[in-house]
Write a new protein. Structure first.
Length: 128
């Protein structure tokens, strides 16, 4: 069974304060492909990647550091970022946690919320 977690935007989260999101781990296949594409993009960006990194998948990304993804060309990064957000659903009613749905554009109103959700998706996959 895939790991999940619920993330609630804190009170200082501006227009998104109190919103609840359900994050679900990618399948093993999707996570492996995501990690390999991220490592290949890092390599194209000139980041030195250890030979062992391809065997480690998401573990290598965790070890190398997600911050290095900032060196990746946006053309390579955009699909990776989109796939991270595909792990996120909204729980529109805090009183009924069984109801979740896919995100629509207006669900998230603050850029900072998107950044925090991506960080949590990364943590969900790497175990940190």
């Amino acid at each position: 069974m895939r790991k999940t977690l619920t993330y609630t935007v804190q009170a200082d989260g501006g227009r998104d304060a109190g919103k609840m999101f359900k994050l679900t781990e990618m399948s093993a296949e999707a996570a492996e492909k995501w990690a390999i594409r991220a490592l290949l993009a890092l390599g194209r960006a000139g980041v030195q990647i250890p030979d062992s990194a391809v065997r480690e998948g998401m573990g290598a990304i965790a070890r190398i550091g997600i911050g290095l993804l900032m060196r990746v060309d946006f053309h390579d990064a955009e699909p990776l970022l989109d796939e991270m957000m595909a792990c996120v659903q909204i729980q529109p009613n805090p009183n009924d946690l069984a109801v979740v749905r896919a995100l629509v554009a207006d669900d998230i109103e603050e850029v900072a919320t998107r950044v925090l959700l991506r960080r949590e998706v990364f943590r969900l996959h790497t175990g940190f």
